[in-house]
Design a protein around this ligand. Structure first.
Ligand code: G6P
Length: 355
């Protein structure tokens, strides 16, 4: 049945394994394979904006950071705001500015409140959500559904992946359809399945579960993945985890790095970025921190780290989605080793309807 655990120990593990299906659902009917283009019927009448602001909370905020990066890459100025801060101190909204509310549930009070501030300033608005008919869809000018299916686990997994797929579709629809990205998206469900089938995270999970704290680092598109990896880890293990842009660790938090601080580094895509992140890895290794790398193997990384977890090579926009699944599995296995309440972590709620 749809909402049962389907033989898995936890809803979260089931939902992690549902991701190939969720991806196919998100892509279904939206990519014209014959002509190599994305067609988003629901967004007829929405043209490429001059500027974009993303507003979101928690995991959805990380999807917003990823999204802003892709928009900036296509030459559209884009910023991402934590919704509660946006509502407290709304930035100016310019002419032809699109404000995108990213919210899995469509009911997060902070996000709705930020959205109302944006509307009051005259913004055109787009909801990116999973829940049909949710509050955010009623308040926005446009809606794009991520079509992940119901998510029961409090810690988001498949909805984050589906948000990133939806963002890619949005960018390709507005940016002229890059054949490499479309191929990466077409292959994504299969590539993700091979990560689920082949990647072994047991030793990484055991090492992190035994630590008092751990760090996650990534550069560029892997920065939001590192933040999400740390959030997932702390949500369900209750172990202190922090995510950083790889280049930022040295500006303060390196003081916390010791042989008891495992560092998970995400290195995919752009070779130049990967080389810089390897430099950052050397900085933590020289403080005796164990380093676990998640990489697509485009640049030789294994010889610089203690453990290397390999994901399939794909388009640089898409690879972070595969790396993120490895981090989901690490968080899940670590929390399981610690005997935590994985589907309902203490103090947390799936949807937060107070500000
Ligand atoms: C809660 C959940 C998080 C989620 C956040 C935003 O805090 O525990 O997992 O990321 O809300 O939820 P939304 O539904 O707006 O994406």
């Amino acid at each position: 049945e749809d909402t049962g655990k389907g033989g898995y120990d936890h809803y979260m593990l089931k939902e992690i394994h549902e991701q190939p299906h969720a991806i196919r659902q998100c892509l279904s009917g939206r990519v014209d394979e014959l002509h190599g283009r994305v067609e988003l019927e629901e967004l007829d009448g929405l043209s490429t904006p001059k500027r974009v602001q993303f507003i979101a909370c928690g995991t959805s905020y990380h999807a917003g950071l990823y999204a802003a990066h892709l928009f900036r890459e296509m030459g559209v100025p884009a910023q991402t705001f934590i919704a509660s801060e946006y509502a407290t101190s709304p930035p100016p909204v310019g002419e032809d500015e699109l404000v995108v509310a990213i919210t899995q549930s469509g009911e997060t009070a902070d996000t709705l409140s930020a959205l109302r501030e944006a509307k009051a300033r005259g913004a055109e608005t787009l909801a990116l959500t999973n829940v049909v008919g949710s509050s955010v869809t009623r308040e926005c000018d446009h809606t794009m559904y991520i079509r992940a299916g119901p998510e029961i686990g409090v810690a988001a997994s498949k909805t984050f992946t589906s948000q990133l797929v939806a963002v890619n579709l949005l960018v390709e629809a507005m940016n002229g359809n890059d054949a490499g990205v479309l191929t990466g998206l077409r292959d994504l469900a299969g590539d993700l399945q091979s990560v689920l089938d082949r990647v072994n995270v047991r030793s990484a999970a055991a090492q992190l579960a035994a630590a008092d704290r751990c760090f996650f680092v990534g550069r560029g598109l892997n920065h939001p993945v590192a933040l999400e990896g740390a959030l997932k880890f702390k949500e369900i293990t209750y172990v202190h985890a922090e995510g950083f842009p790889a280049g930022e660790l040295k500006h303060g938090s390196l003081a916390l790095v010791t042989e008891d601080t495992p560092v998970v580094a995400v290195l995919t895509g752009d070779d130049e970025e990967t080389r810089k992140t390897i430099g950052n890895i050397k900085e933590v290794e020289s403080r005796d921190a164990p380093v676990i790398a998640v990489t697509d193997g485009r640049v030789e990384v294994a010889s610089f780290v203690d453990e290397c977890i390999q994901i399939p090579e794909t388009h640089p926009h898409v690879a972070p989605l595969l790396a993120n699944v490895v981090l989901q599995l690490i968080a899940y296995r670590s929390a399981n080793l610690l005997g935590r309440s994985i589907d309902k972590p203490r103090n947390l709620a799936k949807s937060v309807t107070v500000e």
